[in-house]
Design a protein around this ligand. Sequence first.
Ligand SMILES: *Cc1c(COP(=O)(O)O)cnc(C)c1O
Length: 381
Amino acid sequence: MIYLDHAATTPMAEQVAASMQPYYAKEYANASTIYEFGEKSREAVRQARAIIAYSLHAQPDEIYFTASGSESDNWALKGTAEAYRDKGRHIITTQIEHHAVLNTCKYLEQLGYEVTYLPVDEQGFVQLQKLEEAIRPDTILISVMFANNEIGTMEPIAQIGRIAHKHNILFHTDAVQAYAQIPINVNFYHIDLLSASGHKFYGPKGTGFLYIRNGVKTASFIHGGGQEQGKRAGTENVPGIVGIGEAARIAMQTMTERLYRETRLRDYMIREIQRRIPHAWLNGDRYARLPNNINFSFEGIEGETLLLLLDAKDICASAASACSTGSSEPSHVLTAIGRDPELAYGTLRMTLGEATTMEDVMTAVDAVEENVTLLREIAHM
Ligand SMILES: *Cc1c(COP(=O)(O)O)cnc(C)c1O
C-alpha cells in the first residue's frame, strides 16, 4: 500500500506506542494523587508538557492537554469569546479554516458574536490589507490557520500576529497541520493561542494540546476537578499525554531531515504532474506550502472516481479534505481560492509522510497520469 493521506492522519510511530504501553495497566495511578505510586504518572505528564513547551519556545504552564485538535480550536475560540465579551464581541477569521474553527464561529454567531470571514487570494493567502480593514474597536480575537489542510498554503503568520498585537487583539492559530512539520516559535510569530493534534504527527488519536500564553484569559472548557490548572477537568489521559509528548520529542529530532526530504519529494511530484498531465492546476502556493502537500485540480475528471481507481492500485489519497467527504458541495477552500466548481470536483490531494519513498512517489505519479488519461478518454475529452 502507498499511503499518501498524512494530512488526514498519520500512523502512530512504534516508539510512541512503546512509550505509552506502561501507562495503560502497570503504571495506572492517577497523576493528580499525592502518594508515591502516583509519582511516575505525574512525572510522565510533567515531562510531556515540558517537551511540548520547549518545542514552541513556551513555558510548561502555557500548555494544556486536550483530546483533539478540534477540542483545542473550540476552546481557543469559545474560551476567549467568553472571557473577553465585555471588551467586545467581534472575531476575525478566514473562509478557509478547518470546520473545527468555522463551525465554532457559526455557533458563536448564534450566541450574539459577530464574525468576519476574510477572503483569501488565488494562492490561499490572507491579505494583510483586508485584515487591517476588518479590525474594529470591539474585535477581541483573530484566528488564522498556520497552514491549510487542503491546499497546504502557509499563511503570513508573523505579520498577522504583529497586526493583532499592534491593535491589542488576541491571535489564535490552528497549527494542526504545521506543528511538527516546520519550526514554530510562538514569540517570533506573536501567537497567543495555538492548537495542535497528536494524530497528525505520528502520535496517538484522541490527543491534542492548546498553547495559551500566560496572561491571556480563557474560560474553563470543562468544569470539574483541578486538572490542567482547573481549566480542563478530567483525570489526565496519561498514556495519551505520554504518547503526544514522545511524538513531539521525535518530531523535533527529525524535523530538519523530514523537511528537506519531503520537500524534495513534493517538488518532484509537482514537477512531474505538471510536465506529464495537461490541464492540471496546482492548488495553493507553489513555494509557501507545507513540505508534504500536493494538490491538483484536473480538468474533465471527477476526483472521487480518480480516488477509487487509485484505491484499486492500493494508493490512498484524498479528493478534497477528509472532513468534507460525503458532502456534494465543492470544498469551501477551493471555492475561496476561486476554483470554478467544475474544476474543483476534479481535485486530488496527496500528502507525504516520513515513510514515503521516491519509489512510492514515482508509482503514484504513474498511476495518476494513467487514470486521469483513462477518465478523460471515457469522457471523450
Ligand atoms: C485534522 C485537523 C483538525 C482537527 O484535529 P482532530 O484532532 O482530528 O480533531 C483541525 N484543524 C486542522 C487544520 C486539521 O488538519
